[in-house]
Design a protein around this ligand. Structure first.
Ligand SMILES: CC(C)(COP(=O)(O)OP(=O)(O)OC[C@H]1O[C@@H](n2cnc3c(N)ncnc32)[C@H](O)[C@@H]1OP(=O)(O)O)[C@@H](O)C(=O)NCCC(=O)NCCS
Length: 140
């Protein structure tokens, strides 16, 4: 992902999430030097991901597949690519947060080896107040 992709990524994000990252959130991630990737097929973006590394841990900040492209293995392929990159960079575990209400997201992560290790209280904005985050980890 580069600055040239930010408009398309921010628009996709608005289609995927009730509380999307803003264009500025993605720009800040690039400026901070986080890894950010697009999945493309025939020049069409089908997904994207943002990952931050801190010593031997990577934090998966965003992984998303466009609604019309979900459920056909693309998210698994993208996550597999991130696992490979993280191992190449000598990371030993991958962490992420997921909303308790995102049951399909949790199932996706569990199928790929993530287990719940805790909660962060009031982590996400929600329609009423805030929502906790489930913290999950996968040993690499
Ligand atoms: C979570 C997400 C990234 C997963 O990506 P995806 O491309 O849909 O994931 P996959 O297709 O690899 O796997 C999801 C499902 O497709 C199935 N699948 C995998 N390969 C398949 C194939 N070739 N053909 C048909 N189905 C397939 C999987 O078994 C899985 O089934 P289930 O979830 O219905 O039980 C994506 O759905 C998404 O962006 N969701 C909304 C945003 C979100 O929740 N992001 C994570 C927030 S923390």
């Amino acid at each position: 992902m580069t600055d040239a992709d930010l408009d398309a990524v921010a628009e996709a994000e608005r289609h995927i999430y009730a509380f999307p990252w803003t264009r500025g959130n993605f720009a800040d991630s690039l400026a901070a030097g986080h890894g950010a990737w697009l999945a493309r097929e025939d020049d069409r973006m089908t997904g994207y991901a943002v990952m931050m590394q801190a010593l031997d841990e990577v934090h998966l900040l965003n992984i998303s597949v466009l609604p019309e492209a979900q459920g056909a293995g693309r998210g698994s392929a993208l996550l597999g690519h991130l696992f490979d990159l993280a191992r190449m960079r000598a990371a030993t575990r991958m962490l992420l947060e997921v909303r308790p209400g995102n049951v399909s997201g949790q199932g996706f992560y569990q199928r790929h080896g993530f287990v719940e290790i805790g909660r962060r209280r009031d982590y996400y904005p929600a329609h009423e107040g805030r929502e906790d985050a489930i913290v999950m980890v996968c040993e690499l």
